[in-house]
Design a protein around this ligand. Structure first.
Ligand SMILES: Cc1cc2nc3c(=O)[nH]c(=O)nc-3n(C[C@H](O)[C@H](O)[C@H](O)COP(=O)(O)O)c2cc1C
Length: 215
């Protein structure tokens, strides 16, 4: 760890000095988010739609990455196995928190909200666009269950491939989307000497309130 500690000590990145002012922000946080995501995509960041999603299990936080896939009626959509730990956690406590970090453009977006299953049509439509390999692995994997070896999955996929033959693969009932209704957003722009610009959007009965936060 000693040499690693030395290497970590040397990790001292400075951020560019791109100023973020309240008047630069879109009044609608979804628009602000999509503007920033678009910049991240244009910058060719690898998987700019990867977000850490935190849920809670018996009062203890748990997090993992998922891929943000769409915004439908102002809700953030991702897809997963409906019997996975994350899905079970959401079903027992819909409060979630998520975060994106786009290192190359020195930006972070954090949010909090309430998650629930999307309607079946949203899940069906998305599942139909997945490559066949992804469709088969959705069927084959009982996500996060303990398995003896890799062959458990690869053999199952082979068997499914034979069974489905050339037919269209339907979405399994146990796999689909979640939608997150966000009620709090935070936008972080890295600045020189750690004097970062941060703004939060809080949902009020009158609309979104935007405030500057100390770095
Ligand atoms: C970049 C990245 C993206 C991921 N996207 C998804 C996803 O969209 N849906 C999903 O179920 N798992 C995704 N995973 C896997 C999850 O992080 C996690 O391992 C899995 O869903 C099991 O989580 P759980 O046990 O908390 O339910 C992704 C992992 C990485 C590293």
């Amino acid at each position: 760890m000693d040499s690693l500690s030395e290497k970590i000590k040397e990790l001292r990145n400075e951020y560019s000095d791109s100023e973020l002012l309240i008047e630069d922000l879109n009044k609608n946080p979804i628009m602000q988010f999509t503007n920033w995501l678009d910049s991240a995509i244009e910058t060719k960041i690898y998987e700019p739609n990867a977000m850490v999603l935190a849920t809670s299990f018996e009062g203890k936080p748990r997090s993992r990455y998922v891929l943000f896939k769409n915004i439908i009626e102002d809700k953030l959509i991702f897809y997963t196995h409906y019997e996975s730990p994350k899905a079970q956690e959401i079903l027992s406590n819909p409060n979630v928190s998520g975060i994106f970090y786009w290192a190359e453009i020195h930006r972070q977006v954090r949010f909090q909200g309430l998650a629930k299953k999307t309607n079946k049509k949203i899940s069906d439509d998305y599942f139909a666009t997945r490559p066949r390999g992804g469709q088969l692995s959705a069927w084959a994997s009982n996500q996060s269950s303990v398995i003896d070896n890799r062959e458990v999955i690869t053999n199952k996929i082979e068997e499914l491939e034979k069974n489905f033959s050339d037919n269209e693969i339907p979405r399994p009932e146990f796999w689909g989307g979640f939608e997150i209704q966000v009620n709090y957003w935070e936008f972080w722009q890295g600045r020189k000497n750690r004097t970062h610009d941060r703004f939060c959007y809080t949902q009020k009965p009158t609309g979104w309130e935007i405030e500057r936060l100390s770095p």
